[in-house]
Design a protein around this ligand. Structure first.
Ligand code: ADP
Ligand code: ASP
Ligand code: MG
Length: 419
């Protein structure tokens, strides 16, 4: 039997009516002759609520218990989706991660897949079941504890199942009708793309475009999964939505294909750090051990006079997600207390956002950075930190200018106009 993976995100299963709407789409594919694996997210808002409860109970929580709590939202929707399908006369059954079992690493809250054995689900398909409904976002560690895959992880569950079961396609149903040049909720001028290259989507996702989890794009690229994003609120056919595919399948030749933003960034500066070999490692080692995802790093070397002698010193600035600032601060204070590092002060700026432009066309176009900085300057937006790679440029700016910056860059690179 040909097989499809259909993933429904939080807003697509937000209440019983929407679950019924999603189930209708599944039923239609079954009627077309497909076996279907449905991956569901928690009802919208539910995971945030669960995370909030964990943080309120224990600010520097045990990640194993975090996973035990936050994975539960998906269990509810998996059962409800299966019941809804059964009521519609479609033979369906639900699976929680551990029942498959979806084997992952034991990195709680950001676990990775190790293996997805097919036997259990294949056997049920062989017995006449038409739809396997699997709770997204979760798995089980070698120690037998429940794990989660990081926020947005149901996308990755979907792609991993598509790869493991050799699905014809992996359809990600969400609340927008495809992938746009930027978040359509931020810019009304955003343009829907018919296709986007894996590498560009990978950058956009890792820079904050949460329409797909980064890891899902990585897996799709590696296992050649046909990955599509489309709306769960509209009728669709094989050509609906946006296809994520190889670069060669794409005709557009612009320098920049998309603008991404990440709202919840924080900038931390360690003031007056000694400038000597080993200092960066003494700072970023403890941060990594504490599970802080450091993103941008800048170092400003200067000189300081002390008791008639001149010392080379540096201010080390780095960015991380706002919800990791407490962890970062503790890691730095501990490292200072046990003599690993010395600094005068840790300055925290939690009102920043990251805005990035992305495009494989940057490899062959010059002047992209200049154009980006000009567009921001014209709006009076000050740049705090800059990082670049082959196909992206990111800047850290005051959060209050984030939307303005996205719109200014979308205009400057003429993304509305089309290829
Ligand atoms: P789901 O709950 O279905 O997983 P998400 O909220 O995780 O949905 O992702 C969909 C959201 O991603 C959209 O509502 C949109 O606001 C946002 N988004 C950000 N960047 C983009 C983009 N470039 N194209 C489309 N949507 C985007
Ligand atoms: N429910 C989880 C989250 O909100 C996983 C997902 O929706 O993909 O992050
Ligand atoms: Mg999502």
């Amino acid at each position: 039997m040909p097989l499809l993976v259909m993933k429904f995100g939080g807003t697509s299963v937000a209440d019983l009516e929407r679950i019924a709407n999603a189930a209708q789409k599944v039923k239609r594919e079954v009627a077309r002759g497909y076996d279907v694996i449905v991956i569901v997210s928690a009802m919208s808002g539910r995971t945030n609520e669960l995370v909030g409860w964990v943080e309120e109970t224990s600010p520097l929580y045990d990640a194993r218990e975090y996973d035990a709590v936050v994975s539960s939202g998906e269990n509810v929707t998996a059962g409800l989706m299966s019941l809804t399908l059964q009521e519609m006369g479609v033979p369906a059954r639900s699976w929680q991660g551990w029942q498959v079992p979806i084997q992952t690493t034991s990195q709680h809250a950001s676990a990775r897949f190790v293996d997805i054995p097919r036997d259990n689900i294949d056997q049920k398909f062989a017995e006449g079941m038409k739809v396997a409904v699997v709770a997204g976002f979760q798995g089980v560690s070698p120690e037998g504890r429940i794990t989660t895959l990081g926020r947005g992880g149901s996308d990755t569950t979907a792609v991993a199942f598509a790869a493991a079961f050799g699905a014809e396609r992996c359809d990600i149903y969400t609340d927008v009708d495809g992938i746009y040049t930027t978040d359509p909720r931020i810019s009304t001028k955003a343009r829907k793309l018919e296709k986007i290259a894996f590498e560009e989507m990978l950058e956009l996702a890792s820079l904050g475009a949460k329409v797909l989890q980064t890891r899902s794009v990585e897996l799709a690229m590696r296992y050649k999964v046909r990955l599509r994003v489309l709306s769960s609120f509209e009728d669709s056919d094989e050509n609906s939505g946006t296809l994520v595919c190889d670069e060669e399948e794409i005709m557009e030749s612009k320098a920049v294909s998309g603008v991404a933003y990440s709202r919840d960034e924080a900038k931390l500066t360690l003031v007056t750090v000694e400038d000597r070999p080993g200092v960066a490692s003494a700072i970023f080692g403890p941060l990594a051990e504490a599970g802080v995802n450091v993103d941008m790093i800048v170092q400003n070397i200067s000189e300081k006079d002390y008791e008639g002698r001149t010392f080379a010193v540096t201010d080390m600035t780095f960015s991380c997600p706002t919800n990791q600032v407490a962890r970062a601060r503790k890691a730095m204070e501990d490292a200072r207390a046990n003599g690993q590092i010395a600094y005068e002060e840790l300055v925290e700026d939690t009102d920043v956002a990251k805005v990035s432009v992305v495009g494989i066309g940057m490899r062959s176009h010059t002047g992209v950075a200049a154009k980006m900085f000009q567009a921001l300057a014209a709006e009076g937006i000050n740049i705090k930190v800059i990082t670049t790679s082959e196909i992206k440029i990111s800047v850290l700016i005051d959060r209050k200018y984030m939307e303005l910056a996205v719109q200014a860059l979308h205009d400057a690179f003429e993304l509305e106009a089309g290829a």
